[in-house]
Ligand binder design. Structure first.
Ligand SMILES: *[C@@H]1O[C@H](CO)[C@@H](O)[C@H](O)[C@H]1NC(C)=O
Ligand SMILES: *[C@@H]1O[C@H](CO)[C@@H](O)[C@H](O)[C@H]1NC(C)=O
Length: 501
């Protein structure tokens, strides 16, 4: 049977094996093979790298780190596509035409297939060598992995108040807000903790944005909160979203990821998406799907999610304030279920990339994936509902998934597909390791630096493999998840006409 969405197939064997497939490469995609969409009057181009017979558009690099790779703490390296960011200033072109740099990756909360575990928040640095592949001949799966070579370097562990270690255990408890909250911009609101008897901050991390001063923002699912850490990964500050988003049960804050609350973010559908616009010092964060009161307890009602903007001009002295909030209509699958958003990335005023997808693929329940897109959203005509009645949990903006008629949502335009069924279905029956991973959750952009194409960017994305390996270590103990899902990375080349490089 032909398996859809087999990654590789992208790279299935050429009839003629090139002696050195990467030695000679065109420096540019062939423009006649590009596809484009128009958003906000501008043409965004997904550069087709391959012949029309060969499939995926714009893909120029592929790499992986094996599912059983062990990082410096002794744990299996996994979950790393939950969030990625390019280390500032690390990206550069080499004389041989390759590009090198460092990707900072942030796993979510450890191997938790059999329940949540005591996994400390962390980020890893991974060096890469990108040899963009612009030719049309098919590479073997092994050759393909030469296009993005990845080398693990180091791990930084997260701590919170009094330098306490964080955990990933389910948030069954609430630590009260500090007494000087909210007056002191650095004081904590109510914080998610495992239980009354375990007062540690618990994190299910999904977004990451690195700042020039070495601090960094992360977003999580439990709060759902946004946290700022210093360059030693010690907690500085927490952003609590409006009442409409904080999970409430029986009127009380209820951070658990085990069940849905009465209102607020749905369980495990928190702040997946985080990006910073450095030109205006605005932090943008988005829920994976709608809040409970907006239909988030049902996949067929959950498409109207919320995108929020915070002013982070002087976070040490002024608590980041909500300046804008928009409704984003997520795509639906063929059964009418919402395709949740796993990441956003700021492009230019009013325009963002957004990664929406199903959960099928390698490591998912089915390998037959229907939708994985890195798409475009435009909020220029959308209604700003920040500070409106819809910020109260009592006033749904989309009850049972029907958007209030007073609100104009963002526009959503499909852009880069990670799976092209028409093409991939034509290829044979690959071994499991070459199937595309199920859960892609991250975006990082960097200018190509090509003076002929000043608006061309490399778009990196990586998969969250859920730590699935038959040969794993979690908190010092071996485990066997029954399947090996490697940590896969893609690099696309795209033209973003509005983005400054
Ligand atoms: C898949 O790729 C083919 C050939 O490159 C293209 O014609 C087609 O529109 C693509 N399909 C989708 C859904 O993007
Ligand atoms: C991962 O698995 C491969 C293949 O079985 C093996 O060669 C390698 O030593 C393993 N690596 C680790 C870190 O266990």
């Amino acid at each position: 049977m032909a398996r859809l969405f087999a990654l590789l197939l992208l790279f299935v064997q050429a009839s003629v094996v090139l002696a050195s497939p990467l030695a000679t490469r065109a420096s540019e995609p062939d423009p006649s093979l590009a596809t484009s969409v128009t958003v906000a009057g501008q043409t965004f181009i997904n550069k087709v790298r391959r012949a029309v017979t060969s499939g995926i558009k714009g893909l120029v690099g592929f790499g992986l780190i094996p599912s059983n790779f062990t990082e410096s703490t002794g744990d299996t390296l996994g979950g790393i596509g939950s969030a990625i960011a390019l280390k500032l200033g690390s990206f550069s072109q080499q004389a041989d035409g390759t590009f090198t740099g460092t990707i900072v990756v942030q796993p979510d909360r450890g191997f938790n297939v059999d329940g949540t575990v005591d996994y400390q928040g962390r980020q890893h640095q991974i060096d890469f060598v990108l040899s963009p592949y612009y030719d049309t001949s098919d590479l073997s799966f092994t050759q393909a992995q030469q296009t993005l070579q990845l080398t693990y370097r180091s791990t930084l562990l997260y701590t919170e108040r009094a330098h306490g270690v964080t955990t990933g255990l389910d948030a069954g408890g609430v630590r009260p807000a500090q007494s000087d909250f909210p007056d002191d911009p650095l004081a904590d609101p109510e914080m998610p903790i495992p239980s009354k008897s375990d007062d540690r901050l618990t994190l299910d991390l999904e977004g990451l944005a690195l700042n020039a001063d070495g601090t960094f923002w992360v977003s999580d699912e439990y709060g759902p909160y946004v946290y700022r850490f210093d360059s030693n990964a010690d907690l500085l500050q927490t952003i609590q979203p409006p009442d409409a988003i904080v999970p409430l049960s029986g009127g009380d804050v209820d951070f658990t990821g085990e069940n849905d609350p009465d209102t607020g973010r749905a369980a495990n559908k928190g702040f997946e998406c985080l990006t910073v616009d450095t030109s205006t010092n605005t932090l943008w964060v988005m829920l994976q799907t709608a809040t409970i009161q907006d239909g988030g307890n049902k996949k067929s009602h959950a498409r109207y999610t919320r995108l929020l903007a915070y002013d982070i001009s002087s976070p040490n002295t002024d608590r980041p304030v909500l300046t804008a909030e928009y409704i984003v209509p997520l795509p639906l699958d063929s059964g009418g279920d919402t395709l949740g958003a796993s990441e956003i990335s700021f492009v230019s005023e009013n325009i963002f990339l957004v990664l929406s997808r199903d959960s099928n693929g390698h490591g998912g329940d089915s390998t037959e994936s229907e939708y994985k897109g890195i798409d475009l959203i435009d909020i220029s005509a959308a209604t700003n509902i920040a500070g409106s009645e819809f910020d109260s949990h009592k006033n749904a903006v989309a009850p049972k998934g029907k958007l209030d008629s007073s609100v104009t949502p963002a526009t959503y335009t499909p852009f880069v597909s990670l799976i092209n069924s028409t093409e991939l279905a034509r290829f044979g029956d690959p071994s499991d390791a070459t199937l595309i991973d199920a859960k892609w959750e991250s975006i990082a952009l960097t200018p190509v630096g090509d003076s002929q194409f000043p608006n061309d960017f490399f778009l990196f994305t990586a998969a969250d493999n859920d730590f699935l390996t038959t040969d794993g270590v979690s908190l010092g103990r071996p485990y066997n998840a029954g399947v090996d899902v490697d940590n896969q990375f893609f690099v696309f080349r795209v033209t973003l006409p509005t983005k400054s490089s």
